[in-house]
Design a binder for this molecule. Structure first.
Ligand code: NAD
Length: 348
């Protein structure tokens, strides 16, 4: 990477796609998962705040900042479930990493693809720590933009060999099954969420609807399964029946954010939850018995995006999948910004 002080590497969607294809989707997810694990193990070091959300009737626009004291990162991301009906995506994102020492950006990037990779990596990391031993079958409920990434992450990191798909839109399931053909996974489209549960030790819900939905009801959930509930990520937007929560041991990213946005918004404010980073450091237990239902109530936290950003910075250090953007005004005399503007006349 050859940036000087007034240019910043920018990874466009095209370059991100090419970079991910150079590396391989599963390998990229595994690399981000490693960064997430490293960062969760040093959790207390980070600045943490619930994301800053601007809600509207149709969706939400959010800013997600954090810093480890050396680097600072943030992501801009939306969530608009009605968008797909208009040919737009539910989630789009971009973000940047900057130096805490100078405040100068060091990387700007699209983050729509990167978010799908990091969300998949995060589910896989949670599953690695919480799923029943030897679980090989995933029920994937919601077969939209995130779904293939989710399935491939669990294949690469947790060793699943089968994915059972269900979506209320059959076209989404067909798309997902098509995309997952020839990936080494046995892919089974199902007619109902109940049918998808058959034999699944791991269940991931990743649907989009701006309401308290009941994607899974209590009678569908047998003892001993692990659930990644990741589609409910906003006030008034949940996926699981409350009774499932009451039977589960619940693991979260950052409680102050999850209590507002996660499945646990349906519970009392003091309902016990375990922070996942403490399971990773060994401070708290994860799964303790084979009958336990574990729930990762994932809403997506800024540290995961930070991990993805620093993974990307490392990748472009040895790749040319970026362009340099003239983002930083850089006068020869730092106090002569006005003079720099005037001198530009001679070059116009
Ligand atoms: P998407 O719109 O591409 O896909 C959502 C799918 O859910 C659609 O195919 C839709 O038909 C299906 N669906 C809706 N209601 C359903 C139901 N009752 N049963 C089964 N399927 C149903 O959205 P996406 O980009 O895949 O994102 C899915 C959700 O995940 C969104 O709500 C998004 O906000 C959330 N998300 C969370 C994180 C996180 O970190 N936790 C990250 C990214 C996205």
């Amino acid at each position: 990477m050859a940036a000087d002080t007034n240019t910043v590497p920018f990874v466009s969607v095209e370059n991100m796609m090419r970079l991910v294809l150079d590396i391989g989707v599963e390998e990229a997810i595994a690399g981000i998962a490693e960064c997430i694990e490293e960062d969760f193990r040093r959790w207390p070091l980070f600045d943490k705040t619930p994301r800053v959300a601007s809600h509207s009737a149709e969706g939400v626009i959010e800013l997600m900042p954090t810093s480890d004291g050396i680097d600072y990162g943030f992501k801009y991301v939306n969530g608009h479930p009605k968008n797909t009906k208009e040919g737009l995506q539910t989630v789009v994102a971009f973000g940047l990493l900057s130096s805490v020492e100078t405040g100068y950006p060091v990387l700007m990037t699209e983050m729509t693809v990167l978010t799908a990779l990091r969300t998949a990596a995060m589910s896989a990391v949670a599953t690695k720590y919480l799923a029943p031993k030897g679980a090989k079958c995933l029920a994937m409920i919601g077969n939209g933009a995130q779904s293939e990434f989710q399935a491939l992450a669990l294949k690469r990191i947790c060793g699943i060999d089968t994915v059972r798909l269900y979506d209320t839109d059959k076209g989404a399931t067909e798309k997902c099954a098509r995309n997952l053909a020839n990936t080494g996974l046995a892919v089974i489209p199902c007619d109902s969420a109940q049918d998808a549960m058959n034999g699944a030790g791991i269940i991931t819900t990743c649907t989009a609807d701006k309401k308290n939905a009941t994607i899974l009801s209590d009678n569908m959930i047998g003892a001993g399964v692990h659930i990644n509930g990741i589609g409910g990520d906003c006030p008034g937007k949940t996926e699981l029946h409350r009774d499932i929560l009451l039977r589960s041991d619940i693991f979260v990213e950052y409680p102050p954010q999850t209590r507002i946005e996660g499945e646990i918004q349906q519970l009392e404010a003091d309902h016990p939850v375990t922070e996942l980073w403490e399971v990773m450091t060994g401070a708290k237990p994860g799964r303790t018995n084979e009958n336990q239902i574990t729930l990762f109530d994932g809403v997506g936290f800024a540290i995961e995006d930070f991990s993805a950003l620093r993974w990307l910075r490392d990748q472009i250090a040895t790749s040319d999948r970026y362009i340099l953007l003239d983002v930083i005004a850089d006068p020869d005399d730092p106090r002569d910004l006005y003079g720099m503007v005037q001198r530009e006349k001679d070059r116009m």
